[in-house]
Design a binder for this molecule. Structure first.
Ligand code: NAD
Length: 513
């Protein structure tokens, strides 16, 4: 059995020193255990923190251009290892290979942003803010940062975090999901191969015990979390209580509004990928579609049914498959339970994906594509995130009602509108109470040099991931107000040098006006 251990500098093979707890890592295609991952303890974290403390000052003192060069080399190494990484990712997560490559590629785009870190860290300068006074501000690293990541993007989300944190001069400790931990470890190895000093990026594995140890550790200054909302909220509260800077991204229930003038064939093609791609296990998936008007709803439903029935569910290495299995047996059960809840609450089950099996892979964690119609806002199956291949039609009578649905939902990650009408799109983007908006773009994940983050219960804290928001999160601003006297006698001096004493000047707050 393959053993997946921490990636900690100075440990015997990175192995655990703790209580020896481990967790199974499955191949969701077969349902079989393929590896076992260490569940770490406080003692493991302490070793990682000690190594990070030793490495970080030297890394912060490395000039930003040299730090950027590590990012350039890392990008090349990841590209050279793309096939192997995608294969490992797919075999632990269950997403198809093309999707696994997309996961890695979207993370690499953040690394590309980090290649420009010298530029974005330049700071600000005011000459002559007062008589003989200049003011400048600079961004300094926080010290040691940590990231706690979900199973659904085991390459992209770690790179969102460690790319920016490390480029800014921090050391970083990553606690990836215990369900698919191999790719994060491999990425850390490649960072070292790219020239990163040992100790600047480390990986510790674990569950709640390790997360709590991170949140409470006094030497860790900032924590970035991505996962489900209840845990995000818990991480936010506990981390802030311990005096840390915390950003904690949570769950989602993204809506796609379909206006009567939309190109329905395009909408159906977009929804096929956005609702069912990666088995719906994306925080930017589109599991709710809101056609405006009964006519639009009926026409959309008529086109959706054959498109959904034509979807090919297959093993993650099947190049023809639209999507693969969900991550584990518990999650398959959870998705199927939500389908039952929808039925019990009175929604119309149009296509039922429960009980789906794939010949030759009967124990794999597959869920067939599922479509509900006449879902209403009062239903629990509407209010909660299902995170599976389940699409819900919620019919709206008007544009105003369609704007209200995502705006009033507890989650506010992404939303899309499909229309040919620029005015409707513009109104929608201005009014909707959601963090990321797509206009005829079903999955509006912003590019790396913009920033990613939702609203309401989709994100706790106030700083987004990557782009300049990420740089702000991983640095603290220092503002320096300076005056350089010319050395003549009437300027401030200490009395100890025997010159005229104007020490009282040191206690006067200079006015700039
Ligand atoms: P999860 O909340 O179960 O796990 C996330 C992380 O928290 C993991 O590292 C896990 O080990 C840790 N964890 C689990 N239980 C914990 C506990 N009780 N206490 C402390 N830590 C704990 O999430 P998941 O199932 O891995 O990922 C799916 C979720 O992540 C979905 O809700 C999805 O919407 C969300 N997500 C959000 C975004 C976003 O940017 N908003 C992006 C991707 C995924």
């Amino acid at each position: 059995m393959r053993q997946i251990d921490h990636f900690i500098v100075g440990g015997a093979g990175g192995g655990a020193t703790g209580g020896g707890r481990r967790s199974d890592v499955f191949d969701p295609n077969t349902g079989k255990v393929q590896a076992s991952v260490t569940l770490g303890t406080q003692a493991d974290l302490d070793r990682a923190v000690a190594a990070a403390q030793a490495a970080q000052p030297g890394w912060a003192a490395t000039n930003p251009q040299r730090r950027a060069r590590v990012m350039f080399r890392f990008k090349e190494l990841v590209e050279a290892n793309m096939d192997a990484l995608a294969h490992t990712l797919s075999s632990e997560h269950g997403k198809v290979i093309a999707d696994a490559k997309g996961d890695i590629q979207r993370g690499l785009e953040v690394i590309e942003f980090c290649c420009g870190i010298p530029h974005v860290l330049k700071g600000e300068y005011t000459q002559g803010a007062g008589p003989g006074i200049d003011v400048y501000s600079l961004r300094q690293p926080l010290g040691i940062g940590a990231g706690i990541t979900p199973f659904n993007f085991p390459a992209m989300i770690p790179m969102w975090m460690f790319g920016v944190a490390i480029a800014c001069g921090n050391a970083f400790i990553l606690k990836p999901s215990e369900r698919d931990p191999s790719v994060p470890v491999r990425l850390a190895e490649l960072m070292i191969e790219a020239g990163l000093p040992e100790g600047v990026l480390q990986v510790v594995h674990g569950d709640k015990e390790m997360v709590d140890a991170i949140l409470d550790h006094p030497a860790i200054s900032a924590v970035s979390f991505v996962g489900s909302s209840d845990i995000a909220h818990y991480v936010y509260r506990r981390g802030v209580d311990a005096g840390k800077r915390v950003q904690a991204m949570g769950g989602a229930k993204n809506h796609g509004i379909v206006m009567p003038d939309a190109d329905l064939d395009q909408v159906v093609a977009d929804l096929s990928g956005a609702a069912f791609g990666s088995a719906g296990e994306r925080c930017m998936a589109l599991p709710v579609v809101v056609p405006v008007g009964e006519k639009t709803a009926d026409a959309l439903r008529a086109k959706l049914i054959p498109a959904i029935e034509a979807l090919r569910v297959g093993v993650s290495t099947d190049a023809e498959a639209h999507y693969g299995p969900v991550v584990n047996a518990a999650h398959k059960q959870r998705v199927e339970n939500w389908i039952q809840t929808g039925v019990d609450e009175g929604a119309e089950l149009v296509v039922d994906g429960r009980g789906f099996t794939l010949q030759g892979h009967e124990d794999g964690f597959f869920v067939g594509p599922t479509l509900f119609d006449r879902v209403t806002p009062g239903m629990q199956a509407y209010r909660e995130e299902i995170f599976g291949p389940v699409l819900q039609i919620v019919r709206a009578a008007s544009f105003d009602e369609a704007v209200r649905l995502p705006s009033e939902h507890q989650y506010g990650n992404g939303v899309a509108i499909f229309t040919r009408n620029g005015h409707a799109a513009r109104e929608f983007a201005a009014r909707v109470n959601v963090g990321m908006v797509g206009i005829n773009v079903p999955i509006p994940v912003p590019v790396a040099y913009h920033t990613f983050g939702g609203w309401k219960r989709s994100a706790f804290g106030d700083t987004n991931q990557h782009g300049m928001e990420g740089v702000r999160f991983w640095t603290k601003v220092k503002t320096v107000t300076q005056r350089w006297p010319d050395g003549s006698g009437d300027l401030p001096r200490g009395s100890e040098d025997g010159g005229p004493s104007r020490i009282q000047d040191a206690f006067v707050i200079p006015t700039m006006g």
